[in-house]
Design a protein around this ligand. Structure first.
Ligand code: 5AD
Ligand code: FES
Length: 346
């Protein structure tokens, strides 16, 4: 079978065969890799159209009690100065996002058990009341069912909770004392509560095999998420994986492309991480499946402290600048900026 036939086969399959995905992940000839990207671009165009949606990101707290071995926010990083934005700062950021005509706010934080849910719920309610046509996405890590419910009742529409890897054994090695099963269960809870849910993986993790990546792609199809994020591993100096080399970009883009081909219609971001690897590879991501990008509306001093990985892009940009830059980027690849909330197509 040639590459095109294989791509057609995994596209049509209810569940693609692991061997086929592994064979495609192994491709190393430029023209074959290009075929994969082009097929993904076609699927993206057919299901998602040409709009690229902006999601205004507010990284409102970098407190975290978790142990993710790749992440600079993990509890073991005592060098990091921790912050939590005030209500006034959060509302100001939300206003800027709204003024920029963006209709999704993404709230992201470390996974902090100190977060006062009632305080946060109040902020969500205020925003929802003030801007009735805005969607709210949360990325706060694992919470109790009751907390998820409170957040949903306050008007939150979507929730992102990445599995990072669907290999339970590998997950447990990379996340000491964390619970793979509760994370999976959380995604089921979130769905049950009516959230549009998102998950995804990291490519290039220590100990991750091509079989693991194939398995990730199959799992991302199986759970039929509304949003799927594929991002590259970037080594952070203050973590136990500081010596591991960064993800191979073509491999990340292949996983992104194959995930688009197999899962067809979730919203998929060109991640900031892909934009932070020397060159801005978000452009490449747009050409092989991505249809979302997340400009950062946190204040400069907070952006610097939200250091998941080093050399995060646009740290010195004032909010608003990114919006124009991204519009230019979208147009340069023949796309337009999406209007409205850009809800799930599922
Ligand atoms: N490299 C790449 N991505 C990372 N994330 C966390 N740490 C890193 C890293 N070192 C990603 C995880 C998390 C998201 C917010 O950032 O996928 O879910
Ligand atoms: Fe920030 Fe381009 S995305 S300046």
């Amino acid at each position: 079978m040639d590459i095109k036939e294989m791509l057609q086969k995994i596209y049509e399959a209810d569940f693609p065969a692991k061997v086929d995905l592994i064979a495609l992940l192994k491709t190393d000839k430029d023209e074959d890799i290009e075929e994969i990207y082009q097929f993904a671009d076609m699927v993206r165009k057919e299901y998602m159209g040409d709009a690229i949606y902006l999601r205004g990101l507010i990284e409102f707290s970098n407190y975290c009690q978790k142990t993710c071995s790749y992440c600079g926010l993990n509890i073991g990083n005592k060098k990091l100065k921790r912050y939590r934005m005030s209500e006034t700062e959060i509302l100001k950021a939300a206003e800027l996002i709204y003024q920029d005509n963006i209709r999704t706010i993404v709230f992201q934080s470390g996974e902090e058990n100190l977060l006062d849910i009632d305080w946060f719920v109040n902020i969500l309610k205020t925003i929802k009341k003030k801007y009735s046509d805005i969607a709210i996405t949360l990325s706060l890590g694992e919470k109790s069912f009751l907390d998820y419910q409170k957040l949903r009742d306050a008007g939150a529409d979507r929730y992102l909770l990445k599995m990072e890897t669907y290999n339970k054994k590998l997950y447990q090695i990379l996340h000491p004392h964390m619970d793979f099963d509760y994370r999976m269960k959380s995604l089921a809870y979130l769905k049950e509560l009516g959230f549009q849910t998102g998950s995804g993986n990291i490519v290039g993790l220590k100990g991750q095999t091509l079989e693991d990546l194939a398995n990730d792609i199959i799992s991302l199809k199986k759970y039929s998420y509304d949003m799927v994020s594929v991002s590259p591993f970037i080594a952070h100096p203050e973590t136990s994986l500081s010596h591991i080399r960064n993800a191979d970009v073509p491999m990340v883009l292949k996983v992104l492309a194959l995930t688009r081909i197999v899962t067809r219609n979730p919203h998929m971001p060109a991640t900031t991480a892909l934009g932070s690897m020397g060159k801005d590879y978000r452009i490449d991501a747009f050409k092989c499946g991505a249809n979302i990008v997340m400009p950062n509306y946190s204040a400069v001093e907070h952006k610097k402290l939200y250091e998941i990985y080093p050399n995060k892009r646009c740290l010195d940009e004032n909010v608003g600048l990114c919006k124009n830059c991204l519009k230019g980027m979208a147009e340069s690849v023949g796309r337009v900026i999406g209007q409205g909330r850009g809800d799930s197509l599922k």
